[in-house]
Design a protein around this ligand. Sequence first.
Ligand code: CMP
Length: 148
Amino acid sequence: ALQLTLAVIKPDAVAHPLMLEALHQIILDNQFVIVRRKDVVWRRQESEKFYAEHSGRFFYQRLVEYMSSGPMRAYILAREDAIGHWRELMGPTKVFRARYTSPTSLRAQFGLTDTRNTTHGSDSVESARREMTFFFPDFRPEEWMERE
Ligand code: CMP
């Protein structure tokens, strides 16, 4: 079915103009329609809130600091199976696993560490809904999506 997802190009990738351009081009080359796009810098507080589900994990502090360390680019993307397709393009969260199992994935090619892993993508319809409104508070997912 036609779906929406939230995709984020994280601070390490935005800091490199060629990497940012390459990732943007990959979005276009994969038949995603860019519904919204925004460059943002998070305060620490927004980073903590977005990743609250990871608050007990050993990597939480470094994740929160990293995601508030500089500009990011967020997109709302539409496509057939947008959530799964973007996640497949990204590859596994952990960079060394990505390099081993999916060497052409974005994280394998561009990721630096398990934390600085280049991109984010929603993992379900529910989290896409939450994450789209987190980044784009005036976006109304219910005007785009049928009830599932
Ligand atoms: P993301 O898809 O944005 O969701 C949670 C983030 O936490 C993940 O990408 C990584 O940036 C980070 N993360 C997840 N697992 C680890 C890990 N084992 N070590 C360090 N960072 C991690």
